[in-house]
Design a protein around this ligand. Structure first.
Ligand SMILES: [Zn+2]
Length: 279
């Protein structure tokens, strides 16, 4: 039984286990064991078991390397959005470099789906004050929504004062784009990041349930996100800086079980459906 009739958004930052680690750049990616296919199939099974359509924000690099896998995701009815090409944080790119990443990834996705992708999630939530111009580039490239501004605080990202809910932004060249952030919960006057990722693994499931139940009670959909490698406790362990290693490897074994609970307790669908966009 679902706890509410409000339908939340289920999103996946589609990248392999070593691609979100920052310390390994795109030129070295071919050296690592590829586990994206097996993890993706496992994830698709879970979504199917709960009859959920999701949004996959995919890396352009993976679209080029695994066209068949992407085709399968698309044919199962999931939405394909963009996660950039090389998993470089937006604020480390020039406007021109970012535009190139977006154009290349959009083209790669279009070749598979014959559809303009509508949504974008920046690598490591890297649309912050210094990279706000990126929203203009996205709108210019035909994107209708962005889910990259995390209204919380983290040592790597966050805009603590940003709007926590869906809103429209007018970009510098007067284009419109919808911003729909990952779920946060208001607690003791701070925004807790409760929308997934490492926090979902680290905190007991009850925290996520409390947060989504509260959002849904207010009539608001929550946005949840995860990575395929988070349901892969057997992924290779490599030497990482302490802080990264703590969040990357923490409680990988518990994620799948919690995920089933979440999907039993709440309704989910793709982002474009939550936003009422024509995809
Ligand atoms: Zn990522």
């Amino acid at each position: 039984m679902h706890m509410s009739n409000i339908i939340n958004a289920f999103t996946i930052d589609f990248e392999d286990w070593y691609q979100g680690l920052e310390i390994h750049k795109v030129e070295t990616w071919h050296k690592f064991e590829s586990r994206i296919e097996r993890n993706c199939l496992k994830l698709l099974e879970i979504l199917k078991a709960h009859d959920i359509r999701a949004t996959f924000f995919v890396l352009g690099y993976l679209v080029e390397k695994h066209p068949k896998l992407l085709k399968m995701i698309h044919e199962l009815g999931h939405e394909i959005g963009s996660h950039g090409y090389s998993h470089t944080q937006v604020f480390r790119l020039t406007r021109e470099q970012f535009n190139d990443e977006i154009a290349r990834t959009t083209d790669a996705i279009y070749k598979i789906t014959c559809k303009q992708p509508l949504g974008f999630r920046a690598p490591i939530f890297s649309i912050v004050r210094d990279s706000y111009w990126a929203l203009d580039v996205l709108a210019e490239n035909g994107y209708k929504y962005d889910s990259s501004i995390y209204p919380t605080f983290n040592y790597r990202y966050g805009m603590i004062k940003a709007n926590r809910f869906r809103h429209e932004i007018t970009t510098e060249s007067n284009r419109k784009i919808i911003e729909i952030p990952v779920a946060t919960a208001r607690f003791l006057r701070v925004n807790l990041p409760v929308g997934g990722g490492a926090y979902f693994r680290i905190w007991p499931y009850a925290v996520t349930r409390w947060a989504f139940r509260n959002l849904n009670k207010q009539g608001r959909p929550g946005v949840f996100y995860m990575h395929p490698w988070e349901i892969d406790p057997d992924q290779p362990k490599i030497e990482l800086p302490m802080r990264l290693s703590l969040t990357h490897y923490h409680r990988l074994g518990s994620t799948e079980k919690k995920l089933h609970k979440l999907l039993d307790d709440f309704k989910f669908t793709s982002m474009s459906e939550v936003l009422g966009l024509d995809y």
